[in-house]
Design a protein. Structure first.
Length: 497
């Protein structure tokens, strides 16, 4: 079928020098980041007779690191009452209930007895997964995204099992995989992409998107991939139960042989396992054996960006990637997958051909631009997507209408939290114009809402500026430059160090 997990630690951005090139000791290669977020978790010893959850998972992690082809035949005992309690505590307290109608507060009322009974059912094999309740949320393009709302006990068991499986797969996953992994986030993926583009002489970018990925995952292949490392049949049965639990959509029950329910706690991990074997290992091997020039890869869930030094490499990779995904029932989204000339030489080359400015691509809510610095040199720039900003402003406008007659302090507290959350994600270097524009529009929406409360309202711009200054954070850059944070989070490893 395919080779097993790669033995070498890959770079955060998978990078490769040209074939036949001389590799020096100081070559730009990063080790894959470890699972510090899991390893540093505090022990959860409840009594002297109970084993520490973290110590048990640490042993699993060490074995997974040292024995890359080891099958784990005894894992379910790690899903202890202590781990179930941790999983319950980590759930959102105000999350919508699933088909069982049980809320977090309802379950907490008899927590210890509920957890003991749930643990017994899991150990005996009498645990039954419940259908996922289907809901739809609007997307930025006007379409609806299906989400699954899982029953509370299913969430608890799934989260606990994810903690166990992460101890194994965090040692297997390659460095350029970022989506839904402990200690890794969207800004880490964007930092890696920016550093890779600047450091690897990227001239061409392949911006790829897998069509309806979560709905198209082949469950048969998924189980085969899991069985490569998981030999505990009880764990495999649990996963099968969740895959076959079905979806309840407006009273209609449906069960499919493909896909994982979006919104389920375990779905991101299953998706990463699937793409690890379908794409990641294949891409890493292609980079080593087939690429003639340098190449970088960053994947966040089903969003993939690959950068190439040579156009020929980019076109061959695109064609072979299409064939590779088709073998496992996946296909690239034709409208969202494209190749473009990018990088520090793109502007000059396109100008010589009379083609105008270099094209841009989007990744994780930002537009990536081959721009210029204030001094006129090349600079990779990021700008918030306009459609995402407009969608957020529409949501704020609707909520302000609902809160119209609340007091200004209450409105300001809510609105300040919303603006702070937006700034925490979007306030990156080179994006100052977008966050300033967002702050201006939010203030204007708030002013218009306050003026509608009375026909005789005399709210002036000066008064509004003072109110906004009291409650809304001022727009400013909060994130460091990508190269700075990347070098701190992933320091260079050199043989002489």
């Amino acid at each position: 079928m395919m080779n097993g997990p790669e033995k070498s630690d890959l770079a955060i951005v998978a990078m490769k020098p040209a074939n036949n090139a001389v590799q020096t000791a100081a070559e730009w290669v990063e080790p894959r980041a470890g699972t510090k977020g899991n390893a540093d978790q505090p022990n959860t010893r409840r009594t002297q007779r109970r084993c520490s959850v973290s110590q048990g998972l640490e042993r699993v992690r060490k074995i997974a690191r040292l024995r890359k082809k080891e099958k784990f035949t005894a894992l379910l005992h790690h899903v202890s009452v202590d781990l179930l309690r941790e999983a319950f505590s980590a759930l959102k307290h105000r999350a919508a209930p699933g088909v069982d109608g049980v809320t977090w507060q309802d379950y907490e009322a008899g927590l210890e007895s509920n957890l003991q009974e749930l643990h017994r059912k899991v150990r005996r094999g009498s645990y039954r997964a419940q259908p996922v309740k289907r809901r739809y949320i609007p997307k930025a393009d006007g379409k609806l995204r299906p989400l699954g709302i899982t029953a509370l006990e299913d969430k608890i068991v799934q989260r606990a099992l994810v903690a166990v499986l992460n101890a194994i797969y965090e040692e297997d996953f390659v460095g350029f995989s970022y989506g839904f992994r402990p200690g890794r986030g969207q800004h880490d993926a964007m930092d890696a992409l920016a550093v890779g583009i600047d450091s690897a002489r990227v001239n061409w970018v392949l911006d790829a998107d897998i069509r309806s990925f979560f709905d198209k995952i082949d469950q048969t292949w998924l189980i085969k991939f899991l069985e490569y490392r998981i030999g505990d049949i009880r764990v495999i049965r649990l996963v099968r139960k969740w895959l076959k639990a079905g979806v309840l959509d407006e009273g209609e029950m449906s069960i499919s042989d493909t896909g994982t329910p979006q919104g389920a706690v375990i779905s991101p991990l299953l998706a990463n396992v699937f793409l690890h074997y379908v794409f990641d290992l294949w891409a890493a091997q292609w980079r080593r054996r087939e690429a003639k020039g340098r190449m970088i890869v960053v994947r966040y869930a089903d969003d993939i960006v690959a950068g190439f030094e040579l156009e020929a490499d980019a076109r061959r990779f695109w064609d072979e990637m299409h064939e590779r995904l088709a073998k496992f029932g996946l296909e690239l989204h034709q409208g969202k997958t494209r190749m473009l000339e990018f990088g520090r030489l793109a502007a000059a080359r396109r100008q010589r051909r009379g083609q105008g400015k270099p094209e841009t691509f989007t990744f994780l809510g930002f537009i990536f631009i081959s721009g210029k610095s204030r001094r006129g040199g090349y600079q990779l720039q990021r700008k918030s997507r306009g459609d995402r900003m407009r969608t957020k402003l529409q949501e704020i406008k609707a909520e302000l209408r609902r809160r119209m007659h609340q007091g200004i302090p209450e409105q300001g507290k809510w609105l300040g939290a919303v603006v702070k959350g937006y700034m925490n994600y979007h306030a990156v270097p080179t994006n100052s114009r977008s966050i300033v524009a967002f702050g201006y529009h939010v203030k204007n929406l708030w002013r218009r809402t306050l003026r509608r409360r009375s026909q005789k309202d005399g709210l002036t711009f000066d008064r509004m500026d003072k109110i906004a200054a009291a409650y809304l954070p001022s727009p400013r850059i909060l994130h460091p430059w990508p190269s700075t944070r990347f070098s701190v989070r992933h320091p260079r490893w050199e043989p002489s160090a």
